[in-house]
Design a binder for this molecule. Structure first.
Ligand SMILES: CC(C)(COP(=O)(O)OP(=O)(O)OC[C@H]1O[C@@H](n2cnc3c(N)ncnc32)[C@H](O)[C@@H]1OP(=O)(O)O)[C@@H](O)C(=O)NCCC(=O)NCCS
Length: 287
């Protein structure tokens, strides 16, 4: 008996990455056909299929396919073939939703082979594509998760969701996130005293644990310092850092921060070291 026609409305649906939807039009061991819906700013995880050969055909929006080392734009009414054992992932950098048909033969069995890689390499040059923007309440889950990571909270003072929510309301604070090209939070930083005074404190900076050691700390610090120095009256930028936080101390030193006895107005961490930025230094680049 010939199969009945099937549509998006009648097909089995599944959801991935919370907002992306898949409508399973053909679901057989030798062939699958899926209508994928990817909202703007979403991306699949890089993966390979051992046996499955795929074809992605874009109906609406424009997809960006990373295929091995290549990156290809796939506009509407065009498609791209993905051979077996080729690392790939589709993302939607555009403003519009991406609608596409994905044909796989034979069916990709089990979980696709996903390899964990450091953030920077996985995302194709994070340092190049990322920028600073003001933190939104919806960013706080990421912010708090970075603070709670191993090798992080002992170096920080207070934190947590409520603390950050209050910080967002505080007119004396500037709360910034560093985001990648898909607006995913990869680091954050807090400045105090930027509202026209002459002293600015870099209260906190934290990079996503999986992104550390790849130059993001330098990039974030350069942005924060530029914001701190944007005030016309600013003559002192300072921070405090745990004495045993070797990584951060060496980062600050390379930027021209110098360890000094703290002035009376500075409140430090329990084992904090006071560091001040000397205006004779240029701000180093993030490389
Ligand atoms: C400290 C921190 C912000 C640095 O960010 P990062 O992305 O890891 O640092 P970068 O890759 O940009 O490296 C910048 C510099 O930091 C230093 N550094 C980085 N990793 C280091 C390590 N494992 N050991 C020693 N120094 C290190 C180096 O001086 C490096 O400069 P170089 O690349 O020229 O050698 C980040 O590691 C972090 O979030 N740590 C936890 C939170 C924290 O300690 N925050 C600071 C106190 S508020």
């Amino acid at each position: 008996m010939a199969p009945d026609p099937i549509s998006r409305q009648t097909a089995r649906q599944s959801t991935w990455h919370e907002v992306c939807r898949a409508f399973h039009l053909v679901d057989r061991t030798d062939l699958t056909v899926v209508h994928e819906h990817m909202p703007s700013g979403t991306a699949a995880q890089p993966h390979t299929h051992d046996r499955g050969r795929q074809f992605f055909y874009v109906l609406a929006g424009t997809g960006t396919m990373t295929l091995g080392r290549r990156e290809v734009q796939v506009p509407p009414e065009s498609g791209i073939e993905v051979p077996p054992r080729t690392r790939h992932f589709m993302r939607n950098d555009g403003d519009d939703d991406l609608e596409m048909i994905v044909v796989t033969t034979p069916r990709a069995s089990g979980t696709p082979h996903v390899r964990d890689r450091p953030l920077g390499r996985d995302r194709g040059g994070l340092v190049v594509g990322s920028h600073l923007r003001q933190t939104r309440p919806s960013d706080l889950a990421a912010v708090v998760s970075f603070e709670e990571a191993m090798d992080t909270s002992p170096f920080l003072g207070q934190g947590g969701h409520d603390w950050h929510e209050q910080a967002l309301q505080d007119p004396d604070l500037e709360h910034w996130v560093l985001v990648d090209r898909l607006d995913r939070v990869i680091a954050f930083g807090i400045l105090v005293g930027v509202g026209g005074g002459d002293v600015v404190e870099i209260r906190r900076m934290v990079v996503a644990p999986e992104g550390r050691g790849q130059g993001l700390g330098r990039l974030l610090l350069r942005h924060l310092l530029e914001h701190a120095l944007a005030g016309p009256r600013v003559r002192r930028v300072w921070l405090d850092v745990s004495a045993d936080n070797t990584r951060a101390r060496s980062l600050y030193r390379t930027f021209g921060f110098v360890e000094k006895p703290p002035p009376p107005d500075a409140t430090l961490l329990e084992n904090g070291v006071y560091m001040e930025w000397g205006d004779t230094h240029r701000i180093p680049s993030s490389r």
